[in-house]
Design a protein around this ligand. Structure first.
Ligand SMILES: *[C@@H]1O[C@H](CO)[C@@H](O)[C@H](O)[C@H]1NC(C)=O
Ligand SMILES: *[C@@H]1O[C@H](CO)[C@@H](O)[C@H](O)[C@H]1NC(C)=O
Ligand SMILES: *[C@@H]1O[C@H](CO)[C@@H](O)[C@H](O)[C@H]1NC(C)=O
Ligand SMILES: *[C@@H]1O[C@H](CO)[C@@H](O)[C@H](O)[C@H]1NC(C)=O
Length: 208
């Protein structure tokens, strides 16, 4: 089993995963950016492999998705028994999406897929929670990821929960598919993406 260090770290800090069964109303995810070529784009789940989907820019053509697709419907799963470190940043939980198969429906949680060769992680839905990562919507409905360790100082300082918004729209390649996808740059937000196609974005939840 491949278990990323990040998902392991989250698994260790979260209590039982199965508790995240409280669900919000459905919503769309919409990009907010100073870059007009991506601002206002809806996100749409797009096939990256068996049971694996990235979040593609719905209206923007890419080599593996030449035609526009409708924005997908997402949910936020949370647990009333998980503590909220900072109410402004929001309750950590999972962004979820239902994969409709031929004879099954599977609720999947959003995660980040990393390769050590790039500082760009691709946001993806996978079966199971191996790659899932806790995320939150702040009081402005903007998607963030929270962490409580600051390693930009020596020794690393643990305790204060910080919200990160390191989202980018990037042209990415994964197992044969080239799409414009929602991506994440590792770090405290000051690092530049090494992928030259990336445009800085925010991800806003818009209830349907
Ligand atoms: C999200 O919540 C719904 C409703 O309780 C549940 O059916 C689904 O399995 C949950 N999804 C995940 C990934 O936990
Ligand atoms: C969360 O889920 C539990 C168990 O299904 C339920 O009793 C509770 O009312 C839910 N809370 C909210 C805020 O929806
Ligand atoms: C919560 O997060 C907000 C936004 O980053 C920050 O301004 C605020 O100081 C934080 N509150 C606490 C109590 O840490
Ligand atoms: C999956 O969900 C769709 C739409 O909600 C529903 O029509 C279908 O019956 C479901 N299939 C199964 C196997 O539950």
């Amino acid at each position: 089993m491949r278990l990323s260090l990040l998902s392991l770290a989250f698994a260790l800090t979260a209590s039982t995963i199965a508790q995240y069964d409280n669900q919000t109303a459905p919503f769309h995810l919409v990009l907010v950016s100073e870059d007009d070529t991506v601002n206002g784009e809806y996100l749409a789940s797009c096939h990256e492999g068996a049971g694996i989907e990235a979040l593609c820019l719905a209206g923007k053509p890419s080599p593996s998705k030449p035609d526009p697709t409708p924005g997908s419907v997402y949910y936020f799963n949370y647990s009333t028994s998980v503590e909220t470190p900072n109410a402004t940043l929001g309750t950590p939980g999972y962004v979820t999406w239902v994969l409709h198969g031929g004879n099954f429906n599977e609720s999947q949680a959003l995660g980040l897929w990393y390769s050590p060769a790039t500082n760009i992680a691709i946001a993806m839905f996978w079966p199971g929670l191996e790659y899932a990562w806790g995320m939150a919507f702040d009081t402005n409905d903007m998607l963030n990821i929270q962490y409580y360790v600051d390693d930009t100082v020596t020794p690393p300082k643990a305790g204060d929960t910080t919200g990160y918004y390191n989202w980018y729209a990037c042209t990415t390649y994964f197992t044969g598919y080239t799409y414009d996808t929602l991506s994440w740059v590792a770090g405290d937000g000051s690092q530049k993406p090494q992928n030259p196609s990336c445009a800085k974005v925010g991800v806003k939840r818009v209830f349907i």
